[in-house]
Write a protein that binds this ligand. Sequence first.
Ligand code: ARG
Length: 464
Amino acid sequence: MSQETQKTWGGRFSEAPSRIAQEFNASWTFDQRLALVDIEGSLAHAAMLARQGIIAAEDEARLRQGLLSVRQEILEGTFQWREELEDVHMNVEARLTELVGPVGGKLHTARSRNDQVATDLRLWVRGELTGLLDDLKALRRVLVQEAGKYIEPPLILPGYTHLQRAMPVLLSHWFLAYYEMLTRDAGRLQDALNRLNESPLGAAALAGTGFPIDRHFTASALGFVRPMRNSLDAVGSRDFVLEVLSALAIGQITLSRLAEEIILYTTFEFGFAVLPDAFSTGSSIMPQKKNADHAELIRGKAGRVLGSFVTLATLTKGLPLAYNKDLQEDKEPLFDAMDTYRASVKLLAAMLPGLKWNAEVMARAAESGFSLATELADYLAERGVPFREAHHVVGRIVRHCVEQHKELRDLSLAELQGFHPLFDEDALPLTRLETAIHRRRSYGGTAPEAVREALKAAQLEVET
Ligand code: ARG
């Protein structure tokens, strides 16, 4: 039996673990991402132990020096990870003890890896989320800037329902729709962040400790709002991870929808936009191809992030309190989802400004396909015809146009009057794109003046 195993597990074990068992149990290959926050937690814990008179001030000074040296090795990439030491916590502690001698063993007084790992994970998520929210803000800013580019002169494209041309909308309005969705996605992450910012440290294995620790001190030293109130909950709960993963999954779904529209709009069939060369790929066999690989990957990765959420939900649903080793499995899905979402956010922020929008193709699409039919129905309704009846009349007009291979704007006043006597001269401009757009002035609508208002509000949000 190795000395190391004996030191870690004490006298209870007479046989060292088998190699295959050891490998299976190990998490250092992935939880080493927690090394810096692990040390941060240990520094706060050691300071508290000394402050409370649980260890001597000189011991704390040596622990601190040792921990800072370990941190340096990790930052420089010279730290030697050892598989037989299972995870990040034991690797760090073993190296500390190598550096400072037996006093290293005092660090784990009044602490367990159970509260240690829960603390580390909250610290890590907090740091990552803070960076992610910055990246998300940068993407939201890009959406606002893009919206601002196309409002004067207004770029118009068809708005769709059921992927059938429905009514014309401003391209800026479309950008701002995604801005709103992303703003809520950011809000969900921020809410999760606010809720998870509590300290599990000092819950020890599951029941607290007999040492006179000060959990309020470590909580505030680590920037947590307060210590968690219940020790079983503190070490046994991962709903904060679940909450973050659900917010990431929803966020990735938003990005996926945006990606899907980019894919559609840049096809030959739509031709609304052209992908920047730097964000498209060719085909090895078909020279004409310019593929939206990156957008497709963002769409595909939604499955992956949602998968991480499902993994964690399944992992925790049947767990009895408090800590169970199953919880070691929480990290990889969390890391992966965080990395995936963040990379997707950055990709879109870099790609969107490079899209070249084809105003003419979009406008042509927006005014054909009878997307202005509702204008004529509204016209009759404004003159007292019940809307249902007006709808029916215009339906007949559309059928007539289809049969005659005409667009609405090709109809003369006499033709319109043939369908309803209330049609007059002023009905004709309604079949023009600009007129239709300018009429949608209701709050949140697509008229340039309404969109300009929404843009102003969004600008305020991202500039502050
Ligand atoms: N590597 C473990 C994890 O990630 C640390 C906690 C281990 N605690 C225990 N009682 N075995 O969950």
